[in-house]
Design a protein around this ligand. Sequence first.
Ligand code: NAP
Length: 313
Amino acid sequence: MASSTAQRQRILVTGGSGQVGWSLKHTLQPLGDVHAPERGEMDLTSAASIREAIRAFKPHWIVNPAAYTAVDKAEAEPELAFAVNRSAVEVMAEEAKALGAAFIHYSTDYVFDGSSSTPYVEEDSTNPLGVYGRSKLEGEQALAASGVPHLIFRTSWVYGSRGKNFLLTILKLAREREELRIVADQHGAPTWCGDLARITAEAMLALQATSHAQCLPAAEVLAPLSGIYHACNGGETTWYGFAAEAVRQMRLQSQPNQSTAAYARLVPITTAEYPTPAKRPQSSRLDCGKLRRRLDVSMLDWQPALSRALSEL
Ligand SMILES: NC(=O)c1ccc[n+]([C@@H]2O[C@H](COP(=O)([O-])OP(=O)(O)OC[C@H]3O[C@@H](n4cnc5c(N)ncnc54)[C@H](OP(=O)(O)O)[C@@H]3O)[C@@H](O)[C@H]2O)c1
């Protein structure tokens, strides 16, 4: 048994082209042999493709940030959202079980309806407002029902220095337009994908260390810690507050000879003034206390995390 735990761990990361997946692909390198198959090699809408990719690589860990994340589009294509966010998780969990692998998964604040006046804890009742949230919730439930040792990191408002996200959109538009109207009555915490990858790596590293020390497979060490963990950057703001802080930090980074008037004027608006196909939770605030208490990892506050992300641009 000692030799099996001492061997270099094989880590399968899905969605390596996505925000969190790309960060994980790089951050997890020191922990083992990372394989991040692209959609062509592992298509999450095909059970056969998923099984084939997993059986070929035989991972000790499956880390699954891949998801159908188009919140508004999901209202029009629920089958696809459920295929990727629920059925694929079910199949991956079956394969993980057969291999004795540990499973790390990501979920969303959109499993809640946003009506709570206090930050949500993991045990709070879920009530998704749209297809995306429902499909992610069913993915969580499928993983929990599988009995595979797992961590589910529920996060919120993810952004990074690449891909498609609110931060990059705002910075682009703020350069192009004179005025930007931004929703200021939804509350939550923007979360930098780099920080989510860091806490994932720290949690996995601690589990690997225990696994080596006790000569037990990582999945066995993970089993008693299995469950949902809220994992977002600390503090809270609104989309408007996030945009304002991003522009403020960009101004600070600008050279003195660059005009500070080069950014749009930001105007706070209500959700009602910006209708979207999918309803969003009014409050996305997540209490991350369990992450600190049980996994001994904690995330940066959202403003320093933003500053780290901006320094990567
Ligand atoms: N973005 C947010 O604001 C946010 C908020 C809360 C929670 N989350 C959760 O955090 C996790 C990571 O989100 P993210 O923002 O990093 O996502 P993302 O940037 O949208 O990336 C999604 C990834 O999933 C892959 N994917 C989608 N459908 C696939 C399929 N059929 N087969 C194979 N790969 C497929 C995409 O591949 P392609 O490049 O080929 O499309 C991409 O690599 C997800 O679980 C998401 O639900 C995100």
